[in-house]
Design a protein around this ligand. Structure first.
Ligand SMILES: Nc1nc2c(ncn2[C@@H]2O[C@H](COP(=O)(O)OP(=O)(O)OP(=O)(O)O)[C@@H](O)[C@H]2O)c(=O)[nH]1
Ligand SMILES: [Mg+2]
Length: 477
């Protein structure tokens, strides 16, 4: 891949007010362009290393690598100090991007940081794309692609378990396993290719039985193990989305508030209170659960409500799990049936709310022909049955078994699909070895298995895949 010659810059800290804000610069011109706008302490100017007194007068201030400098950012036009800063200058290759990097630790106000960034850009840097610093770290070989992906997972971590998974991946453990399996396949390919090129010399190039055994032990077993881990634990990485749906006034917003333990959504006794989708994130035993309260679904001519209901139904379609809420204290309404028809292809937990209002023997019964995955009786108002509901959500998410995420490597979906491609090729190879297929055909499947594993850590990965991965980053990382 061709290296980008541009020097890039961005604000690396969140926009807003903060004690410190950082402008980060990476590339060949990083030092030169900062020299034009930074005035260090006089002491540093005077002791500028290795320069004669006359040279110091003429030449720009030179940074020592991996040192912190105190000074001011000066607007060269007016000569006025813009901010008092601490600046770290780091020479390639011992940097995040393996390029020259300068980080300006300024005060964290949005205006000050933008003024410094504008100055840096005016001196020739280009504004960094989202994730471009990390993309350079990958392209320059400092980290592999799984580690780059782990960086964004660390930044986006929503629960402690989320973070543990990402941190484990950042150390490169996943790649270690993949590289081992891939090296084994390359060994076998070398033998197979020798047998193709020199059939006389390498008659019995490798015993098919031993190759099958090696493949099963060193390739199939570890790849299957990683895929298994994905199935068992990816929910701790990816989380699930849960939508609360039901007709107006059944208590959906009350449930959201109870789950997040605050008055997040407006609750009134007037049907049609919620018009928009309200999302919150819950941490259910380490699983990030995005829960959404929705507009009550019913036939209406009110144009605002109509939009809310359309949004609800589209949103429900994209959710992993639906909490279909009805009132336990009164018979089903035709609108409940209408909603059921619209959502019955989803995974459903039936939530029978308002159990505190049930009169003797008057509890709603659910129709025999309704299909759902589980049910729970609650009172959103009086906090009854909420823990049971949480347990059921965790169970449906597949996260009920305690998994020690510190020791388990959990691939993401991209990795899992590539592991499956490699596994299928390795299995086809075993079948061919057992049927005595010719070496040329064996080589095709071997190459396929090797390539798929390579793409996991970033070998021969296509630009559009990189674009997709790094677009999840924020600017400045
Ligand atoms: N007694 C009792 N009242 C409840 C319960 N849950 C909700 N309510 C009441 O039911 C009314 C409607 O509650 P909401 O949470 O606003 O209902 P909703 O489903 O969000 O309604 P829309 O936003 O209009 O679709 C309010 O007066 C709540 O206090 C419950 O468990 N028991
Ligand atoms: Mg509501």
């Amino acid at each position: 891949m061709i290296k980008d010659p541009d020097t890039i810059a961005a604000i690396a800290t969140p926009v807003g007010r903060g004690g410190i804000g950082i402008v980060k610069i990476s590339g060949n011109d990083a030092f030169a362009l900062v020299q034009a706008i930074f005035r260090p302490l006089k002491k540093d100017r005077d002791t500028n290393v290795g320069k004669s007194r006359q040279e110091k007068g003429r030449r720009p201030f030179e940074f020592e690598t991996h040192r912190l400098y105190y000074g001011h950012i000066i607007d060269p036009d007016g000569g006025l100090p813009l901010d008092e800063v601490l600046l770290s200058a780091m020479k390639a290759p011992h940097t995040y991007t393996r390029e020259d990097v300068v980080e300006i630790n300024a005060h964290g106000g949005a205006v000050a940081l933008h003024a410094i960034l504008r100055l840096v850009l005016s001196k020739g840097a280009r504004l960094a794309e989202p994730g471009e610093f990390t993309r350079r770290a990958f392209l320059n070989g400092r980290i592999d692609l799984t580690q780059a992906e782990a960086v964004i997972d660390v930044i986006n971590a929503r629960t402690q378990k989320n973070l543990e998974l990402a941190a484990a991946q950042m150390t490169g453990k996943l790649s270690d396993h993949v590289v081992q399996a891939r090296s084994r396949l390359i060994d076998i390919l070398t033998h197979v290719e020798a047998a193709i090129d020199f059939p006389e010399e390498v008659e019995d190039f490798i015993s098919p039985e031993n190759t099958v055994k090696a493949l099963q032990k060193d390739v199939l077993a570890p790849l299957n193990g990683l895929i298994r881990n994905y199935i068992d634990a990816h929910v701790f990485r990816d989380g699930i989305s849960v939508a609360v749906v039901g007709r107006p006034n059944v208590g959906k917003s009350s449930l959201l508030n109870q789950l997040v333990e605050k008055d997040r959504a407006i609750v009134t006794d007037m049907p049609g209170t919620t018009r928009d989708i309200i999302e919150e994130i819950l941490n259910l035993q380490g699983i990030p659960v995005v829960i959404s309260d929705t507009a009550g679904v019913h036939p209406t001519e009110n144009p605002i409500e109509k939009i809310g209901i359309e949004k609800t139904l589209t949103h429900v379609n994209g959710s992993d799990l639906v909490l279909f809420m009805i009132e336990a204290n009164c018979p089903l309404d035709p609108d409940d049936h209408l909603i059921y028809e619209k959502i019955n292809s989803k995974r459903i937990i039936m939530v029978l709310n308002k159990i505190d209002l049930i009169q003797k023997d008057s509890e709603t019964t659910l129709p025999d022909n309704w299909r759902f995955d589980d049910q729970v009786r609650i009172s959103a108002l009086y906090d009854r049955g909420i823990d049971q509901l949480k347990d059921k959500i965790i169970k449906m998410a597949g996260g009920q078994d305690p998994i020690d995420l510190k020791t388990v490597i959990v691939p993401n979906l991209r990795h899992k699909l590539l592991l499956e491609t490699s596994l299928a090729a390795a299995e086809a190879l075993i079948e061919q070895l057992q049927n005595g297929t010719s070496s040329d055909l064996l080589a095709v499947h071997l190459q396929e298995a090797i390539n798929a594993l390579g793409v996991i850590s970033g070998d021969n990965v296509k630009v559009d895949v990189l674009d997709q991965i790094f677009s999840r980053f924020c600017v400045g990382k």
